[in-house]
Design a protein around this ligand. Sequence first.
Ligand SMILES: [Zn+2]
Ligand SMILES: [Zn+2]
Length: 333
Amino acid sequence: MPRCRHCKKEAIVFKHWFWMCKEHFLTYYLNRVKRVLDKFDLKDKRLLVAVSWGKDSQALLDVMAELKPHYGYYLEWLFIKLWVGDACSIQSGFGVVDEEIGRGFNKFCRSAYESIMEIANKHSIKISVVDLEREYGHSVPELAAKWWKACSVCGTSKRYVMNRFARENNFDIILTWHNLTDLVIFANLNIVASKYDEVLNVASYWLPWNKDLKLVGKLKPQFRLEEEDNELYCSLKWINYVSSSISCPLNDKKSTHNIFETYVKDLEKKYNYSYHFMKSLRKTLNFDNLVSKWEAKFCKKCWYLTNSSDGICRFCKIMNFKNEKISPKTRLW
Ligand SMILES: [Zn+2]
Ligand SMILES: [Zn+2]
């Protein structure tokens, strides 16, 4: 039976060449988060946890609540409600999403919402909800049932809503749920697509404030933790978590992202790949170029930042699709 390298108790996990027991794994987890947070003065800062669903978000909310007394920040959770009403009533539109998948999506989001709610209640964290359908007109399954790709709609909506909510409610920092495994997958995808600005964003744990560009600073506290660390953290803390084997019903299983995910996770297990990849990638990048390359161009509808040539941001395009003259057969990407 393997033994913990620190205390010689029974070990439960092998990390970075060493075996660890339950207690020392939890200490390791906290220390990895602290290594990111210690770079900032967080005393009295207003932090917004923008959780999505799944174990990464649940672990993030829990660990940030645990560390609150140590750093003295204010913490609030923003939940973006993406599903349709209470019952599912999607018109199947062009047939991309059928009713069964739509109902599955509602069920998936609701169970994630309820388990995150348990953590928020346990730590008495204030919750704010932005209902996409009520406030902006459309839910994710409804948009996916038209001609937008579900993951693209979901990602664009979450990024837009969290920045806007944080800015309009005077938050200093948005905390996002990205872990090392996710970031290495995104870095690989962006390198292949030659999107080097994106690689820079992915390889940084901090995207700074830019008041002129209306961007709130974003921090990734789980930057040094792998996906399996979050899953283990949740199971050890008895958090009723959404397992990585359950994925969003709208997720396209054959997407390039999913192919890269399988390959990165396999290499991560065998060769500690994510750790080595990120370490050598960061050595090659110049982080002084973060954000500053953006030209200040604002959307004609909402006055938030866009780089689109027609002056309408992607979020406004998605939400106003009924007013745009786009043929239903034309997929935008
Ligand atoms: Zn130990
Ligand atoms: Zn806009």
